[in-house]
Design a protein around this ligand. Structure first.
Ligand SMILES: [Zn+2]
Ligand SMILES: [Zn+2]
Length: 217
């Protein structure tokens, strides 16, 4: 196993770390040392790779699609149509690159859940023929303050799962790179979220049913 504090490799049943001295929590309390598992780095590398490849495929479809449209329709001509396709394609690739960079930049930090709110909200939806109507939806928000005093939000629309999962006072760790949160005390939980793909798993499982990464417990 790995030390829950410094990540050193320890014998499987070690109670204290022989490098940094930290007591190793057992059961479902304490941040999991399994975050050191190479499966997470592998997952990240693959998901970033697929996000970029996917955006490149969309870009090619946009460029080819608009160029064909420019050749065949009377509404648009080439190279004008091709340039529009090029612009849309470049936008998709840029969004993918920014998402990958954003994940790489995100840091690991610890914090506390300080507030939970639930709001009924409205948004206007267009029907396409100059008409619009109002849709009501629920917005769930969990506020976390990190130990340096900065607040962060986890928000969801029409889905109370995360809202119910966190309680005010819970200690949480944000895992940089993965951009996900881990609850320190999981002893009262029946579910756990995968810290790689965010899938909902049974707390009894050791590995995510979807991506195979170890569950952090
Ligand atoms: Zn240690
Ligand atoms: Zn997963």
């Amino acid at each position: 196993m790995y030390c829950q504090g410094c990540g050193s490799i320890l014998p499987e049943e070690a109670q204290y770390c022989n490098k940094c001295g930290l007591k190793q929590e057992k059961g479902l309390v304490g941040y999991s040392s399994k975050i050191q598992d190479p499966a997470f780095q592998k997952y990240l590398k693959n998901s970033n790779k697929y996000a970029v490849i996917f955006s490149l495929i969309i870009a090619v479809i946009a460029i080819v699609g608009f160029t064909i449209y420019g050749e065949t329709s009377r509404e648009m001509d080439n190279p004008g149509a091709m340039f529009i396709g090029l612009g849309i394609g470049a936008m998709f690739v840029l969004i993918a690159i920014f998402q990958v960079l954003g994940k790489k930049k995100s840091k690991t930090w610890d914090g506390t859940v300080i507030n939970k709110t639930l709001k009924k909200k409205r948004r206007r939806e267009n029907t396409g023929d100059d008409n619009s109507y109002l849709v009501t939806y629920m917005q769930y928000d969990v506020t976390i303050r990190d130990d340096r005093g900065k607040t962060h939000h986890i928000t969801a629309t029409d889905d109370a799962t995360l809202y119910n999962y966190y309680n005010v006072g819970d200690r949480v760790r944000h895992h940089g790179g993965l951009n996900t949160y881990e609850k320190q005390d999981k002893s009262q939980d029946t579910i756990i979220f995968c810290n790689a793909c965010s899938s909902l798993n049974d707390i009894k499982n050791d590995q995510c049913f979807r991506c195979g990464c170890p569950l952090l417990k």
